[in-house]
Design a protein around this ligand. Structure first.
Ligand SMILES: C[S@@+](CC[C@H](N)C(=O)[O-])C[C@H]1O[C@@H](n2cnc3c(N)ncnc32)[C@H](O)[C@@H]1O
Length: 285
């Protein structure tokens, strides 16, 4: 049945379509909700920021930048450079927050308690950012190094916050090129061999020994050159530091032959720059 909705002030009739559009608008207004994007920006090379990430960056009102200390100022600068390069209308704000201090316990139980306290402090901090720095329909973003789904706590914290619901928001994840992909590309190798499994792990877990399940093991977060302890004859290493940046350094070869060189280069680069990011693949021959 045809319904009439009267006329506008200028005399034109109000159609069904107009009524639907007004209802949609009202609903959007009612549902106005804060939005948080977790945007992967690649592991150092600004050319490895995806088109999807650029679109997401351009939609953001407030960027939350979590800093860890002066030694990582360069990482903050790299993030700022991505914004300057890709955001067309720089109307955004940047809010910097200092990562809460993390105490180091002596025993395993103390360490677990320290990590739990640090995670809680971080969650409180992120909740305050979303609540206090975003308008009711504001759009905030965390820039995640590499890919947000790999060894990044931001996504876990944001997911937990969304579930707790003491501040309502919607969130999205924009993938990025991880240091793992960058490492393989720079060494021009596939991560797996035909039909094989790949394990991605940390230096701490690698200390338990090479797993029997994977012939290719990618190691991140290893300040101790753990490969020296667990890999010997019959294992090749493909190592990369500061991938995608002007300081990028690559070394590869049998572990027995290149371990000393990697340790030496790693120590001197860390000394020179004050920090280091390195990733490597161990490959059983
Ligand atoms: C907290 S994790 C973050 C990983 C990140 N989400 C990713 O997808 O690459 C930090 C670790 O990533 C690796 N990493 C990150 N950027 C790197 C880079 N440019 N070169 C070498 N390794 C890197 C290092 O192993 C470092 O210890």
């Amino acid at each position: 049945m045809h319904q009439t909705h009267g006329t506008k002030a200028d005399g034109t009739p109000i159609t069904d379509e107009m009524v639907d559009a007004m209802a949609d608008e009202a609903e959007r207004g009612y549902d106005a909700v804060r939005k948080v994007s977790i945007i992967g920006i690649g592991a150092g090379d600004p050319e490895q920021v995806t088109v999807q990430a650029v679109k997401a960056l351009n939609a953001v009102d407030v960027f939350f930048v979590v800093t860890k200390g002066t030694e990582q100022q360069e990482l903050v600068d790299l993030r700022t450079a991505v914004l300057e390069r890709y955001v067309e209308q720089p109307t955004y704000r940047v809010v910097e927050v200092r990562d809460p201090e993390r105490s180091r316990g002596e025993t395993a139980a103390e360490q677990r308690a320290a990590v739990a306290a640090w995670r809680d402090a971080r969650a409180e901090q992120y909740a305050a950012l979303i609540r206090d720095e975003l308008g009711e329909d504001g759009h905030g973003a965390f820039l995640a190094w590499g890919d947000p789904t790999l060894y990044e706590s931001t996504l876990t914290i944001v997911t937990e916050l969304a579930a707790r619901a003491h501040v309502a928001f919607d969130y999205e994840v924009v993938p990025g090129i991880s240091a793992v992909s960058a490492l393989a590309a720079r060494h021009r190798i596939p991560l797996n061999r035909v039909g094989g499994a790949v394990q991605v792990t940390t230096g701490r877990r690698l200390a338990g020994g090479l797993t029997a399940d994977a012939d290719d093991i990618v190691v991140m977060l290893d300040p101790s050159c753990t490969f020296r302890e667990v890999a010997g004859e019959g294992v090749d290493i493909y190592w990369g530091a500061y991938l995608g940046t002007a300081d990028e350094t690559l070394v590869s070869g049998p572990v027995t032959e290149v371990a000393d060189e990697i340790e030496r280069v790693r120590a001197s680069e860390k000394e020179r720059k004050g920090w280091i990011f390195d990733t490597y693949l161990l490959r059983r021959k």
